[in-house]
Write a protein that binds this ligand. Structure first.
Ligand SMILES: [Zn+2]
Length: 344
């Protein structure tokens, strides 16, 4: 948190978590030992505002993976070098519902992003700001909108498949970040905020997740793949499966997560505007190849590569999958692995 005299505040160089009514951040008093004393005032959004400040954590998480000022991250002041500043994430906690439940508005590098968090309708009246899944999900939208060709206009995810992946990438980070720190894997998103054990997606993201690339644009077996969040599930399921399989191959959850997160972020940078799922799959495989000798050895590479290919193939994005463009029309599933001698 940002240090000021005698207290810390939920407003710093990269994130400004504020009360949607007053525009003010929450000031937390610091005791003589230098520890923050968290004492939210009852009847105020202090707790919500503090939780939204998870954005600060996300800034550091993605900076570690290479979403830095050169790549258009969210910072008021860039200490040195290229990249434009003046663009923190401004994140108000609104007392009532907001359009879209919770939203992230990303603009070009040097214009602030805006994350709006509101109340979910329902008997329990839970607030999206209090659910880390939602804060992580919304923040990740900012990252993908900037990294996929969006530095100048934050507008690289317009086609249906591209927008769907925006949702899938956001679910992927929102789930795997908590999963990394806990013994049990999180496979359901938004369950707390809507107070439903099955959360806000069609099925849990476990290894039984049923959809695949060939279902895009269709409705079958009670699953609807004509809407972007729903199609995003297929993408998220494939990325989580990749994380699992790489972890299993290397016998290390820590390495599996680290490698997959890195390949996904590096892949975003290699992905052209308005990608299809297959284009983005190719970028991740290329990123993995570039990570040889960095996060894993040359000897480990074939196993890591095939773990990724196997995961994509499991969700219909194998070597022989096809789509004519990035719309939801004409997607054909394929389960083949690449032939011997194929590059990535
Ligand atoms: Zn979203």
């Amino acid at each position: 948190m940002a240090q000021q005299d005698g207290h810390v505040a939920t407003a710093g160089n990269n994130a400004q978590a504020i009360d949607g009514d007053t525009g003010r951040s929450f000031q937390i008093n610091v005791d003589q030992a230098g520890n923050g004393v968290f004492a939210p005032n009852p009847g105020t959004p202090d707790q919500l505002v503090t939780n939204i400040f998870f954005c600060n954590y996300m800034h550091d998480f993605f900076a570690m993976l290479g979403f830095t000022k050169e790549h258009g991250n969210f910072q008021t002041v860039n200490s040195s070098g290229p990249g434009k500043g003046a663009d923190p994430v401004v994140a108000p906690a609104h007392p009532g519902p907001v359009f879209g439940t919770a939203t992230m508005l990303t603009r070009a590098d040097d214009l602030a992003a805006e994350m709006n968090m509101g109340l979910v309708a329902g008997p329990k009246k839970r607030h999206t700001a209090n659910d880390a899944h939602v804060v992580f999900h919304e923040f990740a939208h900012g990252v993908t909108n900037r990294l996929v060709g969006g530095l100048r206009d934050a507008n690289g995810l317009r086609e249906d498949q591209s927008r769907a992946m925006g949702e899938g990438w956001s679910d992927y980070f929102a789930l795997t970040i908590p999963s990394f720190f806990q013994e049990r894997e999180h496979t359901v998103i938004g369950d707390w905020v809507v107070d439903r054990p099955d959360g806000i997606r069609q099925r849990p993201y476990d290894d039984q997740y049923p959809g695949d690339f060939g279902g895009i644009g269709k409705t079958l077996d009670g699953l609807d793949y004509t809407e972007i969040h729903n199609v995003g599930e297929i993408w998220c399921a494939a990325l989580i499966e990749t994380t699992r399989r790489i972890s299993a191959k290397l016998g290390s959850k820590e390495r599996g997560y680290r490698i997959t997160w890195q390949a996904v972020v590096d892949g975003l940078k290699l992905t052209p505007k308005n990608p299809s799922l297959l284009t983005a799959r190719g970028a991740i495989l290329r990123a993995l190849k570039d990570l040889r000798g960095k996060l894993f050895t040359q000897t480990e590479y074939p196993e890591v590569r095939m773990a990724a290919w196997g995961s994509f193939a499991r969700y219909g994005m194998g070597f022989d999958a096809f789509c004519p463009n990035a719309s939801f029309v004409g997607c054909r599933a394929g389960a083949a692995l690449p032939p011997a001698g194929h590059e990535d």
